[in-house]
Every structure is written in C-alpha cells, then in structure tokens.
Design a protein. Structure first.
Length: 284
C-alpha cells in the first residue's frame, strides 16, 4: 500500500488511472467506512492540489473546489442564498470533522443523510468531474444515484461544484431534526431557497434529505409557492404543506424513526425552513 500526496491534478489522475487506488481528502468518511478490514491499494491525497480548495466566482458561476472543507464554507463571505449551505456545514459532525471533511467527500460518500446535499440541490449545484480523458459536468441530482452510489466513473475525481449566480434577494435556510442537538445523523432535514420581489415569491426551491434514497426536491410545493405572499405562507405554517407536496419522498423506518414520523417531520421542517428563509435578512 502506498500513500501519494499529489502535487497537481494531472499527477493525481495519472496515479488513479493505474487501478486499485482511492482518492482521499479529509478521509472523515473513507477511513471509518473501511471498518476493521486491512487497507489495500494506494491512497491518493488531493488536499494539496492547487485549485481544488476554496470558493471563487468563475464567470456567471460560483465555484467550490472539491477539497474545500466545511470550515471553509462556514467562514466564506457568501451572499444570503448560501445561508442554508452554511447552516448545514455547521451540522457536519464536530468542529474537528468540519476542519478536515471536504464537500466532495460528503457527496462522493453519497449517504442519504449527507447534510450538504439538500442545500446544494436548492442552489442548483452541478458537479465537475475530471479524468485523464478530460472533464464533464452534470447536475448534482443526476450525480447521486442511491445510498453510497454515484455517477463517478473509475479514474474520475470530483474537482468542483458549480453554482449559478442567484438573485441578490435570494435567501437560503436549512433545518435538521435529530435525536439530539449535536453530532447526530438526521431523522429528516430540509433546505429552502426563496426569492421575493414586489411582495411576492418569485423563486422557491425546497430540498429534503434523510427521507429517500437520495435527497429530493419537492416540485409541487415549489410550484404552489410561486406568486404567494410571504405573509400568507407564514400564516399558513405547516398547514400549507400537503401530502401531494411530499409525494417524491420515500422514507424508511429505522432506529431513528418510523416512515410516518419522518413524513410528518419533513412537512413541519419544510414550513419552518420556508419561514426562516422568508424572515431572513433580505426579506425580514
């Protein structure tokens, strides 16, 4: 077994292409997933690859490097649309995990309870994948295929997330329900992004995690929010959320909660996340 600290992306891709090698950055998901099995193959550390860490504006997009840590996200100077992602970043494990864990690792681990996914769905994130054959992009919703399953091909590295520029008045929010307040896998979680213009909702995106094999957007709810006044949504509260709105969800029952409880929790969290976004610094 070898351990390579790649100095460039081409070096990392070349080493990965030789087979029986794995990419690691923070390693906060990868190493625990190995359990007690002996490690085999080579590990390729990409934390020192130039350009893979940090958040920048790239033309009309925001670019979040794959090796960007959750602490980097928390500390970044970002518009209110990213408030949901920042709130989710604060829920990723302990501070030590936030300091080491990376946004690409969270996505490639592909847990249904990955905190970063719902807010990234609301932001319209695309993933950038690089290999020795070139680069390609796809929507985050297409990249996530199921529990621990992604569209990443052998020899590819998730190099960045690309997020389209959003209106200055767009406001994000994120809420997570767990058995305790900190260091917990979620029972349900919801991210919301809303834009209000001339007293009406002109953009609404809602993403729900831990209630399906992959996090899901709620298109029917988003459609029904369009044109509504913030006052009407705030007054209705959870009553605005109908079973039809939650149709994309397929929650399971496990030690953390029943399917019915997860559905009820998702409805309540949707209403609360929307209220947070509608009362945010831009709208409130």
């Amino acid at each position: 077994m070898g351990y390579l600290v790649a100095a460039s992306l081409p070096e990392a891709l070349e080493a990965l292409g030789k087979g029986n090698a794995a990419i690691v950055a923070g390693g906060t998901d990868w190493f625990p997933a190995q359990g007690t099995r002996p490690l085999s193959g080579d590990l390729i550390d990409i934390t020192r690859v130039p350009g893979l860490r940090g958040i920048t504006r790239d033309g009309a997009d925001w670019r979040i490097g794959g090796a960007t840590t959750w602490t980097d996200v928390i500390r970044a100077d970002l518009p209110p649309a990213f408030d949901g992602l920042k709130a989710a970043a604060r829920e990723v494990g302990s501070i030590q995990i936030q300091n080491a864990g990376t946004i690409a690792g969270n996505l490639c681990n592909a847990s249904p309870a990955a905190d970063g996914v719902p807010p990234l769905l609301t932001l319209g994130a695309r993933v950038e994948l690089a290999s020795t054959q070139g680069t390609r992009q796809m929507a985050l919703s297409d990249f996530l295929k199921g529990p621990r399953q992604t569209a990443r091909m052998p020899g590819e590295v998730l190099t960045a997330l690309l997020i389209p520029d959003l209106p200055a008045t767009a406001q994000g929010a994120f809420l997570k329900l767990g058995a305790r307040q900190y260091l917990v896998i979620s029972i349900a979680m919801v991210a919301a992004l809303v834009t209000v213009a001339d007293g009406r909702i002109t953009q609404a995106v809602v993403g729900v995690g831990s209630c399906s094999a992959t996090a899901q957007r709620l298109p029917a709810l988003e459609a029904d929010l369009m044109g509504q006044t913030p006052a009407a949504i705030l007054a209705a509260g959870p009553a605005f959320i109908t079973p039809a709105h939650l149709a994309p969800l397929s929650p399971i029952a496990d030690v953390r909660g029943s399917a019915e409880y997860r559905t009820e929790a998702a409805a309540t969290l949707c209403a609360r996340a929307l209220a947070l976004a509608l009362k945010g610094p831009i709208h409130g």
